[in-house]
Design a protein around this ligand. Structure first.
Ligand code: ADP
Ligand code: MG
Length: 703
């Protein structure tokens, strides 16, 4: 019930927050006192050391305290601005401070008032002077120095992520008075957990994360909140696992001779990793416990055939398999690959997407297909996630295979059958997941890895290209197309835009891609067929364009980052990525995977003008990386975990996300979750934790 708890009070009920501010905050998803108190600074400015004015030097950061001697505004017509100047003195000396274009400041800077300044000291006309420092009036009186706690100067000052025009200064003023209510807020973390894991209580942690006395205390507070989020995540995973352990799944019999028959039917030899993964899957399927396995392997490493082998065994046992892909084209490509493999063994398969229904042994209609699945005639059904989940009733589903989707709960699985048993689950991903991350997010999944590529694959030649070499790159693309190949041009976000329709990141992407498409079509590649793909297109239109490209009716496809994962265009040999520095490594890696899928030598060009620092390191990593796994570890090192699509999909809160590399915290929270649930499996004693868990589940399912 809102208002029940001080935490739930909407911010518009507070005097400080005007209508405009409330709107801005809502954009940051801050609606209640709790949301605001949980809006944490991402760093602190150390303004805590006061320096006597006489000791000041030219420096990027210094803090002083003194009394205002003089103050004035000067209009500088030539440069069309207002300069606010004050002279401030302490016992040791005096110094000037200036601000630009904030004439209203003068109302605060009355001579005689005391204030703190923190900021940059510059040399101006051979005199030291503060330039645009943070300021804070500490006393309005004549002589007395006010001991009131400062917020913006003279301490560790919180710096918040500033978005939608909400400044840190404003947030500090808004948050500070709320902290006195913090002690009335019930703490989600059980006392014994805080004791064992040495964590501060909620109100102390809140005050220290916003206005820390020392950095150590801020760190301690942060750890507590990370612990809190991670604990909820671990509780969630443990409960899912417990739920799963109570379920049974069909036992799939294995026969070595039949395995050999399948392997012999393939036009190539399986790699050792493929064999090992297939073996691990088969082992799982033989047990009455539901399998929960992730098959992870680079783009093109051959996951589909491994999954097909699992479907093959399931079919030999007269059970059904649902094979789900994120898009129609991918579903179709899977069907085209899988159905001939199974047909050799007289196993019938079908394809169901919103635009078509196919069956391995002839024509069909949707209705007929759905009926044949219900009757158990079709044993392997391939289609898009939602379609299969919504429209199909299986006779006896034993295996669900999911391509490129990372979360699939026990509930969803159970919903697919009317039987007491639930199907085994095999998820597949080409998103390389570093070990610690995998352990955290998919801690309840078993993992099979395909690390080696099939023999004879050519590495994609990857080059960082400076904008000055753009023309050469275009020439190269032309020469590839003249040879009969195809190419991609990927466009990044452009700068903030004024137009409303372009204000969202997606809108800006669309604009960039559309502009680039027109330019390329008219100026650069007038003699070729150019296509455009972006996120504002309907799914149907996207499918149509991808199909055109697949059918070689388009030579060059200009696209935003929506370009689909997993899609196979064997004839595409070149991809040019504009503004490569604006994409994360994981995205770049996925983009690059769009080429090099056939037998031809392929190329990836990363256009950027920043090759120094971290960005440069990132791009160099992709230039030299041979495998996604190698890259994943690198990216984690360089950027932190947030960039992984898989992680984003996991619905994790920010702080938990930031802690995904903290193995110690992961293990500690995992133990804590285990401990809590072993004595109290329904969390009856911990209603707060329980409701937090419910919120988390809700968020995950809403996505
Ligand atoms: P992904 O792991 O990205 O889903 P696919 O399963 O689509 O990769 O496989 C990519 C291509 O490699 C397919 O054309 C497939 O037939 C082929 N392939 C799979 N395994 C092997 C292998 N062991 N040797 C040679 N080619 C293979
Ligand atoms: Mg695939």
């Amino acid at each position: 019930m809102p208002g029940n708890n001080i935490f739930d009070i909407p911010i518009q009920n507070l005097k400080y927050f005007g209508e405009a501010a409330v709107k801005k905050l809502q954009k940051l998803k801050i609606k209640t006192i709790r949301d605001l108190l949980y809006h944490f600074p991402y760093r602190y400015e150390d303004f805590s050391n006061f320096i006597p004015i006489a000791d000041l030097k030219q420096t990027s950061q210094a803090t002083i305290r003194g009394t205002i001697l003089k103050a004035k505004n000067t209009r500088i017509f030539r440069r069309n601005m207002v300069l606010t100047e004050i002279i401030i003195e302490d016992d040791t000396g005096a110094i000037k401070s200036v601000w630009f274009n904030q004439p209203y400041l003068i109302n605060q800077f009355k001579p005689g008032r005391q204030l703190n300044l923190s900021g940059k000291v510059v040399l101006n006309k051979k005199q030291l002077c503060f330039s645009n420092p943070a300021y804070e009036i500490t006393s309005y009186g004549e002589n007395s120095y006010n001991k009131k706690e400062t917020l913006h100067t003279g301490r560790l000052v919180p710096v918040y992520p500033e978005t939608y025009g909400i400044t840190s200064r404003w947030l500090r003023l808004g948050i500070k008075p709320l902290l006195k209510f913090a002690s009335q807020i019930p703490d989600v973390l059980p006392e014994e957990i805080k004791k064992i894991h040495y964590l501060p209580n909620l109100s102390y942690a809140l005050s220290q994360i916003h206005f820390p006395q020392t950095l150590e205390k801020a760190q301690w507070a942060k750890r507590r909140f990370a612990f809190e989020e991670m604990l909820v995540l671990q509780l969630f995973m443990r409960l899912e696992r417990l739920k799963l352990q109570k379920q049974t799944a069909p036992e799939i019999k294995f026969d070595e001779k039949l395995a050999k028959k399948f392997v012999d039917s393939l036009p190539y030899k399986l790699t050792d990793d493929q064999k090992k993964s297939a073996w691990q899957i088969i082992q799982d399927l033989q047990k009455p416990l539901p399998m929960n396995r992730m098959l992870e392997g680079d783009v093109g490493s051959g996951k589909t055939v491994v999954a097909t082998m699992a479907a093959y065994f399931v079919a030999l046992n007269s059970y059904q398999t649902a094979f789900m892909a994120p898009t129609e084209i991918l579903s179709r490509q899977h069907f085209e690959k899988i159905s001939p493999l199974l047909k050799k063994f007289k196993i019938k398969s079908g394809l169901l997407t919103s635009s078509e229904a196919k069956i391995s042994d002839g024509k069909t209609t949707k209705k007929e297909l759905i009926k044949k699945v219900a009757e158990g005639e079709i044993l392997v059904i391939i289609g898009t996630h939602s379609l299969v989940q919504k429209n199909i009733k299986f006779k006896n589903l034993a295996l669900v295979i999911i391509d490129e989707q990372h979360r699939f709960g026990v509930g969803q699985r159970a919903a697919l059958t009317k039987h007491k048993t639930i199907p085994h689950l095999l998820s597949m991903t080409a998103t390389p997941i570093p070990r610690t991350l995998g352990l955290t997010i998919w801690g309840d999944l078993d993992l099979s890895l395909i690390k080696e590529m099939p023999k004879g694959r050519k590495n994609i030649i990857t080059k960082i290209v400076a904008p000055s070499k753009r023309e050469e790159t275009y020439e190269f693309i032309k020469s590839e197309i003249k040879k009969g190949y195809q190419g991609f041009v990927i466009c990044p976000l452009i700068e903030e835009s004024e137009k409303l329709s372009e204000r969202s990141p997606e809108g800006r992407e669309v604009k960039a891609a559309t502009k680039e498409y027109e330019r390329l079509k008219e100026k650069i590649f007038p003699n070729f067929k150019i296509g455009l793909l972006h996120g504002r297109l309907k799914a149907k239109e996207k499918e149509k364009i991808m199909t055109e490209f697949l059918n070689k009716n388009i030579d060059i496809l200009v696209s935003t980052s929506v370009i689909e994962v997993g899609i196979d265009i064997p004839n595409a040999t070149v991809i040019m990525i504009e503004g490569a520095d604006r994409f994360g490594l994981a995205s770049l890696y996925q983009f690059r995977g769009r080429v090099g899928r056939g037998e031809y030598q392929s190329y990836c060009f990363l256009l950027t003008d920043s090759v120094s620092g971290k960005t440069g390191a990132r791009l160099k990593a992709i230039e030299s990386a041979k495998s996604g796994f190698e890259l994943a570890e690198k990216d984690l090192e360089l950027r932190g975990p947030g960039d992984f699509t898989g992680v984003r999909q996991s619905g994790l809160p920010d702080l938990a996300m930031a802690s995904l590399t903290d193995l110690k915290l992961i293990l500690e929270t995992r133990e804590a979750a285990k401990g809590l649930l072993s004595v109290d499996p329904n969390l009856k004693k911990y209603p707060l934790l329980n409701s937090r868990l419910a919120e988390f589940k809700n968020r995950i399912h809403l996505e």
